[in-house]
Design a protein around this ligand. Structure first.
Ligand code: FES
Length: 152
């Protein structure tokens, strides 16, 4: 069988596209929640965190807040304006950004601009009493609501 140049190039392109499709499919399948607990940030035993307190985790780049009702919220340290690291404000229980003075309340909601949306949060999983924070997946939100809390 004799292939002309046009058919040969067409077949090469089909084979290349097929190989690419296989790799893309394989990559997307492997990303479907196959990460193990070892890939999550272990913040420690849930029991060890007092209610109504804030715990900074600089290596994980988040604040872990345990609220009065025992619920946990992991908030990113990055300001949603331009990404500066916010500081905890011990007087208000919220956060202040040193760069352009945005302020956030204890739920990470904006109290004063220029930031326009709350601090991102990270999903929390509690396994065997340990708090595991998935710092690879910051979640954007428009406001705080109780469904964002995780309970032991
Ligand atoms: S980076 Fe935080 S207010 Fe601008």
């Amino acid at each position: 069988m004799k292939l002309n140049r046009r058919k040969f190039i067409k077949r090469i392109l089909i084979v290349a596209a097929s190989i690419e499709a296989v790799f893309l499919l394989k990559d997307s399948v492997s990303k479907i929640d196959t990460f193990s607990s070892k890939e999550l940030f272990n913040a420690g035993k849930a029991d060890s965190f007092e209610k109504n307190k804030l715990y900074p985790f600089s290596t994980g780049q988040f604040f872990l807040k345990r609220f009065e009702d025992g619920g946990f919220l992991a908030m990113s340290v990055k300001c949603t304006h331009l990404g500066c690291v916010v500081n905890a404000n011990s007087k208000t229980g919220g956060f202040n950004c040193p760069c352009h003075a945005s302020q956030f309340n204890k739920f990470g909601e904006v109290l004063s601009a220029p930031a326009t949306r709350p601090l991102d949060i990270f999903p929390i999983r509690i396994e065997n009493g340990e708090i595991l924070v998935d710092t690879r997946k910051p979640v954007k939100r428009s406001s705080y609501n109780k469904s964002q809390l995780t309970y032991a």
